[in-house]
Ligand binder design. Structure first.
Ligand code: C5P
Length: 237
């Protein structure tokens, strides 16, 4: 990865396409990618992806599919047919589901990157135990990430504090996609386990998902440029 492969994915967490496009129009598609999540996609649908493609953006469709293998495979194919750059599933859907998802997209001419969510960062060990998982959170993250890797997925979504541990357990080509990133001095909002862009890059992240520090900035493209600079300084050290 280098500066021509933008590491920043801007989370367009808005309820209307107009709001999402107003921010997208303030950003340079050569400098970032964008993420569409469940709210915008549920309200607006595939039109949101098409509108961002027309503006030149690569789109991460963050719908976190989790269902029986056949259903997830069909959903992944439908997402790939929209031409998205990245999409995701829950690793806890299990080996057969992960294989089905990978098989559905890897045979395509230009396959999207397929990544897995390991343990939602909203869950702690107590919450995991309540759903029957005896592992500690960090053990469960590594278990699910290595499962996803063995099924042919391209990477996982993980918290910034999990990157270093994961990097020791997965191949260097396996992508680590990290939300919870906050530039020094910016508000943490509702994120608890945060890292700066430089810390995340240095510990081995490939892509950083950043929303409000960019989308709520007075000049979003300036906020993006500062974060990009911090990332490229961290990489060159
Ligand atoms: O505005 P902010 O930078 O907190 O946005 C982070 C984005 O990453 C949001 O779209 C959020 O849903 C997503 N995300 C997260 N933590 C996770 C998984 C996804 O913050 N564990």
């Amino acid at each position: 990865m280098n500066d021509t492969d933008p590491a920043i994915i801007v989370a367009l967490d808005f309820s209307s396409l107009d709001q999402a496009l107003a921010i997208a129009d303030a950003l340079d598609p050569a400098s970032c990618r964008v993420k569409i999540g469940k709210e915008l996609f549920t309200r607006v649908g595939p039109q949101s992806v098409r509108a961002l493609h027309l503006r030149g953006f690569d789109v991460f469709l963050d719908l976190k599919f989790h269902d029986i293998p056949n259903t997830v495979a069909a959903a992944c194919r439908a997402a790939a047919d929209l031409g998205v750059w990245m999409l995701n599933v829950h690793a806890s859907g299990g080996r057969a589901m992960l294989h089905a998802a990978a098989d559905a997209v890897t045979t395509l001419e230009s396959p999207p990157l397929l990544v897995a969510v390991t343990v939602l960062t909203s869950l702690d060990s107590v919450a995991l135990h309540e759903v029957g998982v005896k592992n500690k959170v960090d053990e469960q993250v590594i278990q699910l990430a290595t499962l996803a890797e063995s099924c042919g997925l391209d990477g996982v979504v993980c918290s910034p504090l999990e990157i270093a541990g994961l990097r020791q357990n997965v191949d260097s080509t396996f992508n680590l996609v990290t939300p919870g990133v906050r530039p020094t001095g910016s508000s943490s909002n509702d994120q608890n386990r945060i890292a700066t862009p430089a810390e995340a890059m240095r510990s081995g992240a490939n892509y950083l998902v950043i929303g409000r520090p960019i989308t709520r900035a007075a000049v979003p493209n300036d906020a993006l440029a500062e974060i990009r600079l911090e990332c490229s300084n961290a990489r060159s050290r």
